[in-house]
Design a protein around this ligand. Structure first.
Ligand SMILES: Cc1cc2nc3c(=O)[nH]c(=O)nc-3n(C[C@H](O)[C@H](O)[C@H](O)COP(=O)(O)OP(=O)(O)OC[C@H]3O[C@@H](n4cnc5c(N)ncnc54)[C@H](O)[C@@H]3O)c2cc1C
Length: 532
């Protein structure tokens, strides 16, 4: 079963080795273990539903708690300390287009808000209930999850939007295909959620971002069904699919989506390269990307993330051995690790590997072909479980991300990290901060920063610490004209920063557009922007 107040399945626990705990403690100090609120005590806080009884509405208190929050930092504080204060009045789980239509008709008539819900993995407050007086129905798309059509000649498939990552891949693999969209939340996040929040997968370099994979589909809006025909490409005016991509539930409910798929790859392998320092890794990475090497995934970790990743892996013996070996070949404290993947035809893979090795060697890189890339691949969806262990040991962790041109991404990285490092100076609190470049484009790279700090027994104080850090880092991003999100979306946490990139006219146009489909403003209010 899914945890109600943390990440992932209850049955799975990350192995947080004592050496990894000691590593964290040495840098930020001993964490205070604070007991989490019990589910039973939160159930007592759930008020009576304000929605009328209906066969499609379930107002069970536990179900309402489980749909009240996602995975953002404020969500974790609310759930773990047990001070959630807004809950959906009921949850509906439609199984057909007719159910969705009935729900929207009821919402229009009864004037209640509707929050489309995929996997609830949002990290920016996308699915949270607002504080207003209007009742709210959360619409969980979990039953709407089938493979509806597969065109094996055109490499296209249509799915119900509630399909989760692993189920989608299993259904396609049975026909020899793959979707290839792998956000780290893959285990729980859904096709509809990916489209509505413009998500990005780790292998987007090969398969493409969701906007390249999403061909069209059906969006049920309070004003009727908006059909997006699946064109391979079109020059017929503006591409209206882009209003569904990133709509964050404000426009309507996506019931079905047609996507590009790929044949299962003949070959796939992941590798690591060690560079003696950030500069050499960075230059090699840029060269690889700008030479358009045929890799499926590329990531460059800075020295702190390289060190932390190895330490937190819990594989003490292997890490010590690797450390000794790397030092012998001149990779000391400053070393940085790059991870890359090759996916596709076996014949092409050999030549790509040779090209990567060639560029890496020119920049004094050492390619490790056997263990570390595989370790990354095997643990890519389990590492998020570490957040549970850290939290329980008294540590709070969050991430932020943006994208910058190659010419300034390294400088912005330093500035964001400095803003975070100094964010809690007044309180004499140390942080662990590290970054990697996660998704590459020929003109730029996305920056993904992780920061870890101590929480306190007081939820408000813990939240205040996060707010200070988040604000300081976001201001640096905006100052350098970076987008407030390369992949996580806007929700409520990034909402204050959106006007600085869309401009006043842009914000107005967006609101007017969504109003066309939802004149009463019922759909997921207060996400992306506040109503004027
Ligand atoms: C551990 C972890 C790792 C993550 N890694 C990544 C990553 O690598 N890349 C990345 O891009 N993101 C990542 N995320 C963020 C999150 O997984 C994505 O934003 C994801 O796209 C959300 O999908 P979901 O199905 O969970 O949607 P939800 O969280 O349920 O909803 C997100 C938004 O989409 C809307 N929505 C959902 N379904 C529909 C629908 N059918 N119709 C209309 N609107 C809908 C909701 O109203 C909401 O506004 C991560 C999150 C976590 C917790």
């Amino acid at each position: 079963m899914k945890r109600w107040n943390g990440w992932g399945r209850e049955e799975y626990n990350y192995h947080f080795a004592p050496s990894a705990q000691a590593f964290v403690e040495k840098i930020v100090g001993k964490g205070i273990r604070i007991k989490d609120a019990e589910l039973a005590s939160v159930i007592k806080r759930v008020p009576k539903s304000r929605l009328p009884e209906h066969a499609l509405f379930n107002n069970d208190a536990e179900l309402r708690i489980r749909h009240s929050r996602g995975q953002s930092f404020p969500d974790w504080v609310a759930l773990r300390y047990g001070n959630v204060d807004h809950f959906p009045d009921a949850v509906a789980v439609p199984a057909s287009k007719e159910d969705i239509e009935s729900i929207l008709a009821l919402a229009k008539k009864g004037n209640f808000n509707v929050i489309p819900y995929g996997g609830g993995t949002s990290v920016v407050g996308h699915i949270n209930v607002d504080s207003g007086d209007t009742p709210t129905l959360t619409v969980d798309m979990e039953k709407y999850n089938q493979l509806l059509d597969l065109d094996a000649i055109s490499n296209r498939a249509t799915f119900g939007a509630g399909v989760r990552g692993p189920d989608m891949e299993d259904a396609l693999a049975a026909h020899g295909f793959r979707f290839g969209h792998y956000p780290q939340s893959h285990e729980f996040s859904t096709l509809g959620g990916w489209v509505a929040s413009r998500s990005v997968g780790t292998q987007c370099y090969y398969y493409g971002r969701i906007e390249q994979l999403f061909l069209g589909g059906s969006m049920h809006t309070p004003q009727g069904i908006f059909e997006m025909l699946p064109f391979s490409a079109s020059a017929a005016g503006p591409d209206l699919r882009h209003f569904a991509l990133g709509s964050e539930g404000r426009m309507g409910i996506i019931s079905e989506a047609t996507v590009r798929i790929s044949p299962l790859p003949e070959f796939e392998h992941f590798y690591a390269v060690f560079f003696p320092d950030w500069e050499s890794g960075f230059t090699a990475l840029r060269e690889m990307v700008q030479s358009r090497l045929d890799v499926s995934m590329l990531r460059l970790l800075d020295k702190f993330e390289t060190e932390t990743t190895l330490q937190l892996s819990g594989k003490e013996k292997l890490v010590n051995l690797a450390d000794k070996g790397l030092r012998l070949i001149g990779m000391g404290e400053e070393r940085c690790m790059m991870l890359f993947g090759i996916t596709g035809l076996a014949s092409g893979a050999r030549s790509t590997l040779r090209q990567v090795q060639h560029i890496a060697r020119q920049h004094h890189g050492f390619v490790e072909k056997w263990y570390i890339g595989k370790m990354w691949y095997d643990s890519r969806f389990t590492t998020p479980y570490l957040r549970n262990n850290l939290w329980e040991c008294g540590y709070a962790l969050d991430t932020l991300e943006s994208v910058f041109p190659w010419s300034n991404v390294a400088d912005v990285k330093d500035e964001v990290e400095n803003a975070l490092f100094s964010g809690l100076q007044e309180e004499n609190e140390n942080l662990i901060v590290f970054s990697h470049l996660s998704h590459m484009y020929t003109d730029g790279a996305s920056l993904y920063v992780t920061y870890l700090f101590r929480r306190t027994a007081d939820p408000q104080q813990t939240l205040e610490r996060w707010k200070k850090l988040k604000k300081a880092a976001s201001e640096v991003i905006v100052k350098h004209h970076g987008t407030i999100s390369h992949q996580h979306g806007v929700g409520v946490d990034h909402r204050p920063y959106l006007p600085s990139e869309k401009g006043e006219l842009g914000m107005q146009a967006m609101q007017n557009f969504y109003r066309t489909f939802d004149p009463q403003g019922l759909m997921n209010p207060d996400k992306l922007y506040l109503e004027r």
